[in-house]
Design a protein around this ligand. Sequence first.
Ligand code: C2O
Ligand code: CU
Ligand code: CU
Length: 512
Amino acid sequence: VITTFGGWSLFNHAVSAPRFDNALFLPGADGPFAVLAPNKPFTLVAEQGWLPVPGREETPFLWYRTQMNGHEYQNPILLLRTGDELDVTLDNQLDEGTIIHWHGLHVPGRVDGHPIHTVDPGEQYEYRFKVTNRGGTYWYHTHAHHRTARQAHQGLASFLLVSDDDNEALNEALGLELGTTDLPLVLQDKRFDRLGHLVYRPNPMQGMMGYLGDEVLVNMTPAATHEVERRIHRLRLLNGSTARIYRLALRAEGQAIPFRVIGTDAGLLESPREAREAFLSPGERLEVLVDFAAFAGGDRVELHSLEFDPMAGGGMGGGMMGRGMGGGMGRMMGGGMHDGDPLALLEFVVREGEAVTAEVPERLSRIEPIDVTDAGERDIRLDMAPMQWRINGETYAPDRVPIEVDANTREVWTIRNADRSMPHPMHIHGFSFQVLSRSGGPDFVRQQAVNDEGLTVTDLGWKDTVLLWPGETVRIAIDFTHHYDGDQLYVFHCHNLEHEDNDMMVNVRVRA
Ligand code: C2O
Ligand code: CU
Ligand code: CU
């Protein structure tokens, strides 16, 4: 569908005829995004450097630099095992405040990266904690108060992978190896200026609604292509965009290629589940297996984001704020690519050679459903006041704590998106949850239900972020078990990072 407003095409970036000409950036032995399994205390220096972008010029980039065992790393992909200690010092060498948050990890409030812990330029912050999470694809990123979106867009984010017995058993059974056949892939939409420098310059409308890039990079590679052997690959997909939602699907010769979803935010599912598409909103992770053994040498398999209407279900009918809006506002909002536009993200080219077949285990892990028999109940309402999104009528105030919970309890939250203008990916720090039900959303979401409760495949397993479409109600069960001393302070917020920076966030106190 080509929609034109006054001669200006919504799809003026020719996404229908993609050319993939840059080799996908993969982690090396050191340098940017290399895998680092720390075996001693280390320092992450937040600073500005210059990142080579495949097929492009170098760009100014914010990163976390560190050294270990004679190697230098920038934004290392941290690799830990359940039970490991992480002992790291943030050294802020930026010219503004920053703080690191460990997204998805169960840690005490002091080391969580709450925005009140933002440290000034030249200052340091010490983190020391035990990784108690199950194996999974986590990540770490800036949580600087009111500066998270820009700092994350400019680079301050990377993976934190946790390994455990289940993960090792799976990789062993399938002969997978991190960095070659087990691939961390971060999806981020960005904008570059004429010099090839990353730009984060939202106009007031974008600064409020969300800053959308005009191209999507995978592992900081624009138009990425990657050669694969004829065997199963594990893709660890992270939506590291500030605001863009993806509707992921695989295509070969225009045909839909099914894949197996094996994990979500906080690790493996109980068993693999076949899917043809999956939504991924900012902050969420999805782990999938793709079997390239079924293809012939020279075949191309593309990762796409399919079209959708992000305002559908809101009752605005793609009206005022939607993609159907007039050209003037359209330009202000996205300037070329709207959320929900069809996009080609990444191409896999299958190599010639013997196919290696492997049996995918039926049992990946064990997920104990959260016992909600005497769980507390809480209603959360998302809505919009003029120019301001709210959570139960609140916007972020450092000294207000709208949500107080007792430690070692479970709560069921019924979250309702009464904001009819936008979807909101909601995220809680410090704890994981399970999605119980999803209802009232747009047709294209309901059509993807994988069970009677309306869950999509992205909702399965252990989660820390869940997407609420306009008009939807989502129920989640949260496990507030921890063994720390004293009260702990966290946040619950929208992971559209522009919304977060616009204070769509509340404090959560977990009382000892
Ligand atoms: Cu990934 Cu508070 O965020
Ligand atoms: Cu987080
Ligand atoms: Cu939001």
